[in-house]
Each structure stands twice: as structure tokens, then as C-alpha cells.
Design a protein around this ligand. Sequence first.
Ligand code: PAF
Length: 274
Amino acid sequence: MVIARTIDELNEAKKVLRGTIGFVPTMGALHHGHLSLMRQAKEENEHLIVSIFVNPTQFLEGEDLESYPRKDEADIKICELLEVDILFMPTIEQMYEADELCIGAPKVKGYILEGEKRPGHFDGMLQVVMKLLNLSSATKAYFGKKDAQQLVLITQMVKNYFMDVEIIACEIVRDDNGLALSSRNIYLSQEQMQRALLLSKSLKRATKLVMAGELNVKLIQQEMQTVLKGTDEVEYVAIVDREFNTLKEVEIGNTIILVAAWVGKPRLIDNLWI
Ligand code: PAF
């Protein structure tokens, strides 16, 4: 495995690759969710490039940029074990210059839900993903459905900018209790871990209702809010179509149910595609 810390090193390492490239961009602190993206990318392509870059432009003032978990040594070992061809770990200086040309998230889809709670987050996220996709020369790039709005916006960016890469949506990976894996879960105490399960429980409640024939969005949201009462603060419970348009009724096969809530230090998100 080549560890490329500069763009020149990355380009040099790419020269010897022959065939399709799968790309998994990450911010490190790798967990089984990342590993499943990497395994899928490995299966579907001849080569695998992974990036680890804690991107400052997608963190808002006061968010956890400084304390975001960094586990470079362990991450490098994981990538070696998974036979990654190139691990790209650039510095901020490699990725950005002072007066940058910026792309922005769409004004509606990029500024609701996560975009409303974290205004500007998606601008920074798209900016870095555009750079990383271009640098990787990937045939396919893999993103988890857990960050559903991120995934939909990246897919739109690739479409709007005619980028020659296929975006692959990958299933959410959960622990045995149903908690969606996230690098920020390490902040949870045992007691908070239990309360964090309320997010997936609220989604299970929604599934049961839908399976029983209840499609009314308001009613499902109310039921989910009841389940979520043990969290510290619910930021939103939303039911949208797969383009993030609001719905009055669940459309089976075209709906995402999303939840964001605080439990202790971390702000948690989870969702269900039905
Ligand atoms: O989902 C993430 O980890 C980040 O948003 C990404 C896609 C690596 C961009 O920094």
C-alpha cells in the first residue's frame, strides 16, 4: 500500500494502476461502516483508493473540528489489512488555497434538515468531495446511506457537473443493538449508548406503522417523536422522497425517513429508506 500525503505522490502512485478504481473518501477513525464500503469497492473494482482527510470547510464555527477523533496509526493498519492500493492522507495546505473558487449546495435541498441545522456544511462537504473525486480518477465512489442528504447532494453534483464517476449508495451498518455506526459514537457513555438506540427504535416504529398500512406522514412523525422522548433533544424527524421533497404520504420505494437528535456530546443521525 502506498501512503500518499501530497497530490504529486498520489498522481505518481496512480500511474502504476491499470483498470478500474474504486474510491472511498473518509474522515478517518475507521469503523465497520467504512470497512463495508471498502470491501464493496474492492469487490467491484480492480483497485481501491481510500482518503482520510478531516475536512475543515464542512465544520461550522463551534463544531468538533479540533476534537474530531483522529486515529491515523490504527487506520493505516486497517487499510493495509484490507489491501488498499493507495491511502491518500493530504494536509489542509495540499487541499486548499486561501482564496478559493467554491461550489455551493443547491439552495433548497442543501439548506433543509442537515443543511438548515448546519448551514454551510454541505458547501464545504461538496467542495472537498469534488476535489477528492477529481484527484482519485475513480470509476466508482462509495458513500453510506447513513448520511442520506450528503449522498443525494453528491449524486446531484456529479450529475450537474457532468463528472465521470458513478456514485454507489451503500447500506447503513449497525451494531448488534441496531445503533448506526459512526465515528462520533465513541463519545457515548454506556448509559447514553442505550438512549442512542432510541433513534433506530423510532425508525423501527415507523416501519411497523408503514407495514400495517399507515402512510400518513404527520402521524408517523408523531409516533416517532414519542419514541425519541428519552434523547436529550430531537432536532428533526422528517419524511421526504428520495429527492428530499416533502411528502404528505409515504411512497413505498421512494421515501427516506430521517431523524437527528442529541444524546450527550454527539449529535446523532439515522434514517431508513423505504
Ligand atoms: O462522510 C464523510 O466522512 C465526509 O463528509 C466526506 C464524504 C469524507 C467528505 O469529507
